[in-house]
Design a protein around this ligand. Structure first.
Ligand SMILES: [Zn+2]
Length: 263
């Protein structure tokens, strides 16, 4: 039996119908082209990396714009939800939207309770971010929740152990990495930016292009710099360099972004 191809999990956040300078946002028509490309790549012989789609934060645009595109092509994606924002924070999905996503066959996972960086949480905060987030999703959606994506991609051994103790069997990170199948307890992902071209994205899936391995090297260097500078200073510098909209997700972008040219 031939070995299944390694999977490359992609990370999206918000979609918008019009173009945005904010690198965190992908234009809806671009996303549609991405999904069509992924469908082609999944059939390609010999296979490259196999694309999988994930969304973090639970933005309302996931429901309004991404779901119809996915449904019309019978594509399943993962949606990681900041549970405490659900039905509370303008611009984010409420329980009716999440139920509809789930009934449409999409996968729901947790993304913490308040989007706090888990590495900064004490044990009682971790309990809320991990356990209360999971139990509330399970209660409201009537399904078991076993996957978690790390806010801001931040993790350490203590956080990963707390995720396991809280009942998560898979934790999705923000480190760009192709995953052998079946995927293990941590799953790497690559953040998709609005300024990445379709051609560049297609190259990501060809292991021989070296694009993914070069992103991995940059990610490792940045993680080291971040550890040396500390989160706060690193995020300020990153926002300055990337025309970041002032938003709570600046930290997440800082964890995910690479300074390469995506063209
Ligand atoms: Zn997030």
């Amino acid at each position: 039996m031939t070995k299944p191809p390694d999977r490359l999990y992609l990370l999206y956040h918000e979609l918008r119908p019009s173009r945005s300078d904010y690198s965190y946002i992908v234009e809806t028509s671009q996303f549609e082209k991405h999904v069509d490309l992924f469908l082609e790549l999944r059939k390609r012989q010999p296979p490259g990396f196999y694309p999988e789609i994930t969304f973090d934060d639970g933005h309302l645009s996931n429901f309004e714009f991404a779901l119809p595109i996915l449904q019309s092509r019978s594509v399943m994606a993962w949606f990681f939800i900041t549970t405490g924002w659900t039905g509370q924070r303008p611009g984010y999905m409420g329980w009716p939207e999440l139920r509809e996503l789930q009934q449409a066959g999409q996968q729901i996972g947790a993304h913490g309770w308040s989007h706090a960086l888990l590495t900064h949480c004490d044990p009682s905060q971790l309990q809320k971010e991990l356990v209360q987030a999971r139990l509330t999703l399970e209660d409201k959606l009537g399904t078991s929740i076993t996957t978690m994506s790390l806010p801001g991609g931040r993790s350490n051994q203590r956080v990963l152990a707390a995720c396991r103790d809280a009942g998560y069997t898979q934790v999705f990170t923000s480190g760009p990495k192709a995953e052998p199948q079946p995927a293990g307890a941590t799953v790497g992902r690559l953040n998709i930016r609005g300024d990445m071209t379709l051609e560049w994205i297609a190259k990501l899936f060809q292991p021989e292009s070296g694009v993914l391995s070069s992103l991995q090297r940059q990610h490792q260097i940045k993680s080291t710099v971040k550890t040396l500078l500390g989160d706060k200073l690193y995020e300020k510098l990153w926002a300055l360099l990337n025309r970041q909209e002032p938003d709570t997700d600046a930290g997440e972008a800082a964890a995910n972004e690479d300074t390469a040219h995506y063209q």
